[in-house]
Design a protein around this ligand. Structure first.
Ligand code: PBG
Length: 308
């Protein structure tokens, strides 16, 4: 009765990875109990997830082929667009959130267009990337995405995406900005799952410095000013202070992403017999909600909803 923090299924979002093909349901080696799913299996899986009372899924696509511009991200028949259409057709009540980034689609693995520098490193070209992000947002909205979630971290991308969506008539499609996204070691298992590790350089040029909490608040304010409807902090557990500060400062809905490495470390330790998986899951999710997250994006969503 006096418990201050209660978890509910309505706050959970399950990330899903869609791949080309048919009949594919392949466990991701770095993310036990998470799968690469072809469209048919994706719909099956999403039906089960929705049946557990989870209101939304977050879609990531792994394209058939990649190129320097990441054209699979915005193609009308791109993998995420096809998946969104299939999900909205089969399960109209399920909210489809689409991750918006180029890194799963670029051959070099960066989140934007790049220019190689002489010394073997690369420069990510912020402004030319904005057009491609806006194009991708429009393609996702046309396919029926309920919420566009840009994770690329280019400067000015929320304004560019908002402008692109409005111009194409998608004035009612909201944006969930990965506003405070830190350059983190905890994305390791995801990059294996999405094949999106940069071939040269890293993401410290556009993702945030882990040491800077106040800067994260400035980034969040900028994204709100540019038109974001919801904000995200990512990863979750190592950045609870940022989540709490954001909760105190902003009135918009806040999401936290318990990322692949946070999930994988609990599973790995549990497999070694070093901690109790279920208790570690509840403790971490409760802490993230207690710190101020309204929405919990987590690879545990399915397990948590089944137990709630
Ligand atoms: C794409 C993206 C990443 C994640 C979500 N969107 C990877 C990255 O930035 O390298 C990470 C999610 C996770 O680790 O679960 N930019």
């Amino acid at each position: 009765m006096v418990r201050e923090t209660r978890l509910s299924r309505e706050m959970l979002v399950q990330p899903l990875f869609v791949v080309p093909g048919k009949g594919v349901k392949q466990e991701i080696s770095s993310l036990p109990r998470q799968f690469h799913l072809s469209l048919d299996k994706l719909v099956e899986e999403a039906r089960a997830i929705h049946g557990l009372g989870i209101p939304a899924v977050l879609l990531f696509g792994i394209p058939e082929s990649k190129d320097a511009q990441g054209s699979g991200a915005w193609a009308a028949d791109g993998i995420v667009q096809m998946a969104t259409r299939a999900l909205k057709r089969a399960l109209p009540g399920l909210q489809v959130i689409t991750d918006l980034c180029l890194c799963e689609y670029t051959s070099h693995g960066h989140c934007g267009l790049i220019q190689p520098l002489g010394d073997g490193s690369v420069e990510v070209l912020n402004d030319p990337t904005l057009d491609l992000l806006a194009r991708t947002a429009v393609a996702q909205a046309e396919a029926g995405s309920d919420l566009i979630a840009p994770s690329d971290m280019m400067d000015g991308r929320v304004a560019a995406i908002r402008g692109g969506l409005d111009h194409a008539g998608h004035t009612a499609t909201p944006i969930l900005s990965y506003a405070a996204k830190f350059a983190s070691a905890f994305y390791g298992p995801f990059r294996e799952a999405a094949g999106s590790t940069p071939q040269a350089g890293d993401r410290t040029g556009y993702q945030m410095d882990m040491a800077n909490g106040r800067e994260a608040l400035r980034e969040m304010q900028l994204d709100l000013d540019e038109g974001a409807d919801m904000l995200m902090v990512k990863p979750a557990l190592p950045y609870l202070d940022v989540l709490r500060m954001a909760r105190e400062r902003f009135d918009v809905p806040l999401a936290a992403y318990q990322v692949s490495g946070e999930y994988a470390q609990i599973l790995a330790a549990a497999r070694a017999g070093w901690l109790d998986e279920s208790r570690a899951m509840w403790e971490s999710l409760t802490a993230i909600h207690r710190a101020g997250a309204d929405v919990l994006i987590t690879y545990f969503a399915r397990d948590a909803a089944a137990a709630l």
